[in-house]
Design a protein around this ligand. Sequence first.
Ligand code: SF4
Length: 366
Amino acid sequence: MGLSEKANQPLGTALVEIDSANKGNPEKNNGQKARMMSGMRATGELHIGHYFGALKNWIELQDKYQCYFGVMDWHGMTTAYKTPSDVSQWSKLLYAEFMAWGIDSNKSTLFIQSHVPEHIELFLMFANITPMGWLERVPSWKDSIEEAQQSDTHNLGRFSYPVLQAADIAIYKGMLVPVGADQVAHLELSREIIRRFNKLYKIKLPEPKPLLTETPLVPGLDGRKMSKSYGNFLGLSEPSEQLRKKIMTMPTDPQRVRREDVGDPQKCPVFVYHKLFSTQDDIKWVTEGCQSAKIGCSDCKTCLFDQIESFVSPARLKKAHYLSEPNLLDRLISEGNEKARVEAQKTLSECRLQMGFTHSREVTKA
Ligand code: SF4
């Protein structure tokens, strides 16, 4: 997520600053790289929509900003609260996946949200100052009420999701959040909560600004929206044979019934994937071959499989390595969490001190 509630929200590839204040020298903040915060809900296996929607951006952002990336297990629990051990397991897998794809602990801080309890304390501070009406008006809440009731997730955790999101950003003094155009309104609520908090207690937490992203459309294998519930996704860690099977059974241009029928790549979901993964030469080969019926759909899909397989296999291997070394993975997770906690504790201490809320524990100036 650019802290998106939707696990597979596409966020795009090319980052575009939309805040004019950042345009001159966006990477600098008093001589340091600006802090950027993003996270992804722990909801299970990642698919290529997550890669193009968030992970790809994250990897690029690491060199430009001081990045904090979170595995958001408390956010995952808002809908998977009946299976907490699954959420815990997914969190570890996600952590390994992020590292495998190139989130580098030497450049960035990668943590698991529930392992940094300061998120929840700041969330409670924010919850007290957030008017109910602000949350009741959130479109994603209003739109999901029926679904939430049906899935037994019409709960306070889900309702207060934007408050926790604001705390997730503010606890690291995040200044920038990568978001898709449709998520700018969500971030605006975080900004309002932080602004109100700052005003009430005379604190100076940054109001996070959006890094707007251009969004490549990554449809599901059947042309519908990619979703785990539709079963129409390509997992980033799926075994090779499973990937092949999914690709080889993808629907194609419905007009191309027989091998000798000419087709139109623009009407074919397979071609959408070629545009994401294949070289310009291969795209030309597919276009011309399809339109002239010189290639069959099976040739076209085999070519696509080869491209995707060579794209995902290095990270798949790295992830398998982390999972085969549980002590190493636990150590890396623990180090990431500790690094995050240092900053989170500083922020929280500042907040408590500024609020005059120091009676219950010793608080020193950070
Ligand atoms: S040749 Fe490729 S692009 Fe054309 S219809 Fe078949 S699968 Fe689709």
